[in-house]
Design a binder for this molecule. Structure first.
Ligand SMILES: NC(=O)c1ccc[n+]([C@@H]2O[C@H](COP(=O)([O-])OP(=O)(O)OC[C@H]3O[C@@H](n4cnc5c(N)ncnc54)[C@H](OP(=O)(O)O)[C@@H]3O)[C@@H](O)[C@H]2O)c1
Length: 390
């Protein structure tokens, strides 16, 4: 029985993870649950899954939770401290990181240094310092298994391949990967994007997700984040990742090998599959999703993205190329800009403007920044991006 800690249990990924765990009694159980402020839902989840520990980020919500808990569940500290304590607790086997944004940075580091299996949905820290996290994971014997459907697809395709060049099939036999994108809310929109509302941008054609990632899908920044995440997870160069628009979200991504053979991972668009795979890794469990009906799926379409309408994707590609602290700047500025757009403070088309301006103010210095330096760059970029939202 694997014990899982879910950081972000009240969000879209967290709730889906609990739906998977509910269907797998005897195989997976909940050790702990953490969220930002939704103490009522955390209390219900803790009671249903007999969680041993809970943590609310917001101190007020943490006090509220105290009143709602029965005596069986321990309340950890609020803030980042509670998240890190849960992520590194000795009784935890798998840490599912389903927080949103850079707040997941310290808990990811804590889980890595405790040698955990990390089911990674919270991609933002991997954008900020993915190469450093991978190096740290190798040092502490931790394993990062992506949850996001596209990186998960690539991860599943390369199982059995080794980073060791002497292995029978080394990772260097990968020629390129096909990273698919559904295109987000405006994939077919031909009008002027400057006046679209948050409500319009929050209507994703295939996936039902949290607000931040849904906006990132509409700007295609999410695809840029995945590009950087995949480069870091699999040690690939930017040129080896080909982004392809695939509106049906059935072909979740694929890998082309040196001999031209392409392996893809396919399935119905349901996040329960990659979440289950990451939590049960390295085993494959019994299915909790609908089977894929290829005939019903019908035609699968693929087309090149229109980069001229996707400035965020271009900015992400630029950050990937520049390296150093630039991906952390990209991430921080995007987080501030998306929040400002959702709050009605800036227009949809201001999101890339804010990110570009913040990136232009950052000078990349040589070498890979350490974790502390990334934290400082992140704080600087947030303040700088805020200035551009006024
Ligand atoms: N949704 C998807 O299908 C999907 C797919 C691929 C990747 N991802 C990635 O997975 C992550 C989560 O996405 P989501 O769609 O599940 O987001 P979401 O629905 O907005 O949920 C976010 C969760 O994180 C919690 N949270 C936010 N800030 C926190 C903080 N400071 N401290 C503690 N908990 C905090 C929220 O708690 P409250 O409810 O209390 O606010 C909630 O439980 C993102 O990085 C996203 O890019 C999501």
């Amino acid at each position: 029985m694997k014990k899982v800690a879910i950081l972000g249990s009240t969000g879209s990924i967290g709730i889906n993870a609990l739906n998977v765990i509910r269907e797998m009694p005897g195989k997976l159980s909940v050790f702990g649950l953490a969220a930002h402020s939704n103490s009522a839902l955390v209390a219900r989840q803790a009671a249903e899954f007999a969680a041993k520990a809970v943590s609310m980020f917001e101190p007020k919500a943490s006090d509220e939770l105290k009143r709602r808990l029965d005596g069986r569940t321990r309340r950890l500290a609020p803030g980042v401290e509670g998240l890190c304590d849960m992520a590194s607790h000795p009784d935890v086997d798998v840490v599912l990181t389903s927080l949103v944004g850079g707040v997941g940075f310290a808990p990811l580091l804590a889980a890595i240094r405790a040698g955990k299996i990390i089911a990674l949905a919270n991609k933002e820290p991997m954008v900020m310092a993915g190469a450093q996290f991978m190096r740290e994971a190798a040092r502490w014997g931790a394993r990062i298994v992506p949850v996001d459907s596209e990186p998960s697809a690539i991860f599943q395709c390369v199982q059995g391949l080794s980073p060791d060049p002497r292995a029978v099939v080394p990772l260097k036999t990968i020629r390129r990967v096909f990273l698919t994108a559904s295109g987000g809310a405006f994939a077919k929109y031909k009008g002027d994007l400057s006046n679209v509302t948050p409500e319009q941008a929050l209507k994703h054609p295939t996936w039902k997700m949290g607000r931040k990632i849904t906006i990132d899908c509409a700007t295609l920044m999410n695809k840029g984040f995945e590009l950087i995440e995949i480069m870091n997870l699999f040690g690939l160069k930017r040129e080896q990742i080909e982004i392809v628009i695939h509106p049906q979200s059935i072909f979740h991504s694929g890998v082309e090998f040196s001999d031209g053979s392409v392996l893809a991972q396919m399935g119905v668009p349901d996040m329960k599959l990659p979440i289950q795979y990451a939590m049960t890794f390295p085993e494959r469990a019994e299915r909790v999703i609908e089977p894929l009906d290829l005939v019903k799926a019908g035609t699968l379409e693929f087309r090149a993205p229109d980069f001229s309408r996707s400035p965020c994707l271009e900015l992400a590609r630029e950050a990937a190329q520049k390296g150093g602290g630039m991906p952390a700047v990209l991430n921080a500025a995007d987080e501030i800009a998306v929040s400002a757009f959702l709050g009605g403070r800036i227009k949809f088309t201001d999101i890339p403007r804010v990110v570009e301006k913040t990136m232009a103010a950052h000078q990349v210095s040589g070498g890979l920044p350490g974790f502390q330096e990334i934290v400082e760059i992140d704080a600087w970029a947030r303040a700088k991006a805020e200035e551009s939202c006024r």
